[in-house]
Design a protein around this ligand. Structure first.
Ligand code: DC
Length: 227
C-alpha cells in the first residue's frame, strides 16, 4: 500500500451480496468520507442499455451512451435524467445486466473518470469489484470482503423478503454463482483480491463487527502513513 495519498481511499471489493455495500456505507458515515457505489453505476448503464435497446456486442454505442448519462447521487437516492431510479436498479435482473455490461471493456473505460471524480476531501470509501486493483490502486486500505455463496444467497433472500418481494432461494443461489463466474472470469478488470488487500470473510460475522474491523485497519494504517 502506498503512503501519503492526497486524500485517503478505502477500497472494498468483493462478490455480489457479500454485504460490502452496507459495510462501505457505514464506514464512510463513521469517518465522514464520501462513498462510491460503483456497482450502482454499472446497474445504471445496464438499465439505460435496455431502455435504449443497445445490445451487449455494441461496445462503442454502449460507451457513447454511458458518457452521455446524467447521473446524480442525492442523499440516499440515485437519479438518471432527473428520474429516481434508486429501486429500479436494485432488482436481480439489473444485477445480471450490470454484470453483463461490466464485461464490456468500452463501458469500463467510459466509467473510469466518473469513478475517479468521487475522490474528494476528506476521503473516499469505494466499493465494487476493481476498486483496489484498477480504479484506486493507491488506496491506503484495501479490503476484500466475502462470504460463502450459501450465506450470501440467504442474505439476499432476507433482503428481498423484507421488501415484500418473493424469491426462490435456489434460483437466487444459481444467479449469484453465475454472476460471480462472469465477474471473475472476464478479461478486463476481473473480480479478484488485490495482493495487498485484507481478506474479510463475513460468513460468521455481523455487519457491526465487519465495520469495526475495517475502521480498526484504517486507524492502524493512517497512523503508519501519518494521515
Ligand atoms: O456491486 P453490485 O452487485 O451492485 O454490482 C452489480 C454488477 O456490476 C456486478 O455483478 C458486476 C458489475 N460491477 C463491475 O463490473 N465493477 C464494479 N466495480 C462494480 C460492479
Amino acid at each position: 500500500m502506498v503512503s501519503n495519498p492526497t486524500f485517503p481511499v478505502i477500497a472494498i471489493d468483493g462478490p455480489t451480496a457479500s454485504g460490502k455495500g452496507t459495510v462501505a456505507q457505514l464506514v464512510a458515515n463513521h469517518l465522514g468520507f464520501h462513498y462510491l457505489d460503483s456497482g450502482a453505476l454499472y446497474r445504471i448503464v445496464g438499465l439505460a442499455s435496455l431502455q435504449n435497446k443497445i445490445a451487449l456486442d455494441q461496445g462503442l454505442a454502449l460507451a457513447e451512451m454511458t458518457k452521455s448519462l446524467r447521473i446524480e447521487f442525492k442523499e440516499n437516492n440515485i437519479y438518471l435524467d432527473n428520474q429516481d431510479i434508486t429501486e429500479l436498479i436494485r432488482t436481480e435482473e439489473m444485477g445480471l445486466r450490470a454484470s453483463a455490461v461490466g464485461a464490456v471493456p468500452e463501458v469500463r473505460l467510459a466509467l473510469l473518470s466518473l469513478q475517479k471524480s468521487f475522490l474528494r476531501a476528506p476521503g473516499l470509501v469505494a466499493d465494487g469489484r476493481d476498486m483496489a486493483t484498477v480504479i484506486f490502486p493507491n488506496a491506503v486500505l484495501k479490503v476484500f470482503l466475502t462470504a460463502s455463496a450459501k450465506i450470501r444467497a440467504e442474505r439476499r433472500f432476507k433482503q428481498l423478503k423484507n421488501k415484500g418481494i418473493s424469491a426462490n432461494i435456489d434460483i437466487l443461489l444459481s444467479d449469484l454463482l453465475a454472476r460471480d463466474e462472469r465477474d471473475t472470469q472476464r478479461k478486463d478488470a476481473p473480480l479478484l483480491q488485490a495482493m495487498d488487500a485484507h481478506l474479510l470473510d463475513t460468513s460468521e460475522m455481523d455487519v457491526e463487527k465487519a465495520v469495526q474491523k475495517v475502521i480498526f485497519w484504517y486507524q492502524k494504517v493512517s497512523k503508519e502513513v501519518g494521515i
